[in-house]
Design a protein around this ligand. Structure first.
Ligand SMILES: [Zn+2]
Length: 291
């Protein structure tokens, strides 16, 4: 029986290791964190003490899978030279920080072309990734390009675009994909019914390959199929609905892939993380996984 790898994005307020402790409180075996404030360019230096503590607590909590989500400011497709350089710099720092913490996955939104067109934008992203990989020595940390909703000029909303990036990145051992259920749905891939779920996963496998899938963000969507809007909703309460999540939680092909919630946290009065984690666990057919 496979160990169920399930968790949520948790806060690092009070120290990076705090996210692990929160995960443990929720009986999570997976967690996603920001290794710095994700909404500023300011970098964060990880001390040896912090990294030692993170590793120690990780061992104690039994959290098996850890992912870091890169800053939202990073745009590897930016046509502005300065912004492009800052983005490459920040991405390199994220890879180094995650390596120091033994975090195997860094999730990144591929980027926005800002009017220069998708072809130009995608080529610029791939080139930037190759440059950063040339400058940051390989570690156990893999870049995961996230499927996006295709809001504005965001790229990565078709499986073909992600496949292009994977193919164009020279070091294949350092790249993969994170599938976000809300984003693919908003981008126009239906997963609401067993039949449409199957079709979308088949398309993913055919174009990108399931062997390139390392992480799943499990989120319902506040907007309709093909809306191209990135707004997450509680599991089963949005336009995707419960059936898709039942499919995902029982899909044996995805058994070993960590599943992370990025659902709204609310105002703190209701423990939505507990509710959404329970919703996911309740979908699992008895006997198919450890709980
Ligand atoms: Zn996501």
């Amino acid at each position: 029986m496979a160990l169920l790898l399930i968790g949520a994005h948790f806060s690092i307020a009070g120290g990076l290791h705090k996210a692990l402790l929160t995960a443990q409180r929720y009986r999570c075996t997976a967690v996603q964190i920001f290794t710095k404030n994700a909404t500023t360019w300011k970098e964060r230096i990880i001390t040896q003490e912090e990294s030692d503590l993170f590793r120690k607590v990780r061992g104690q909590t039994g959290v098996k899978a850890v992912a870091s989500h890169a800053s939202y400011l990073i745009n590897l497709a930016s046509p502005e030279e300065r912004k492009h350089d800052m983005s490459k710099q920040a991405f390199a720092c994220e890879l180094k920080r995650s390596a120091m913490l033994d975090i195997p996955y860094v999730v990144l939104h591929p980027g926005s072309h800002m009017g220069t067109g998708e072809e130009t934008g995608l080529a610029r992203i791939a080139e930037a990734i190759n440059q950063v990989f040339d400058h940051v020595s390989p570690s156990g940390t893999r870049l995961l390009l996230e499927t996006t909703a295709g809001q504005g000029s965001n790229m990565g909303y078709t499986f073909e675009q992600l496949d292009f990036l994977i193919k164009t990145v020279r070091d294949k051992d350092r790249v993969g994909v994170c599938l976000d259920t809300c984003h693919v749905f908003a981008a126009g891939y239906d997963i609401r019914m067993p039949k449409t779920y199957k079709k979308t996963m088949e398309a993913f496998d055919k174009v990108i390959g399931l062997s390139n899938l390392y992480l799943i963000h499990v989120n319902d969507s506040r907007n309709e199929l093909g809306s191209r809007k990135d707004r997450h909703e509680h599991i089963g309460k949005g336009f995707i609905g419960p059936d898709a999540f039942a499919e995902i939680m029982n899909d044996t092909r995805l058994e070993d892939i960590p599943k992370i919630l990025e659902t709204p946290k609310g105002d703190g009065k209701t423990d939505y993380d507990a509710i959404n984690l329970k919703a996911l666990r309740d979908f699992i057919s008895p006997g198919s996984h450890k709980r």
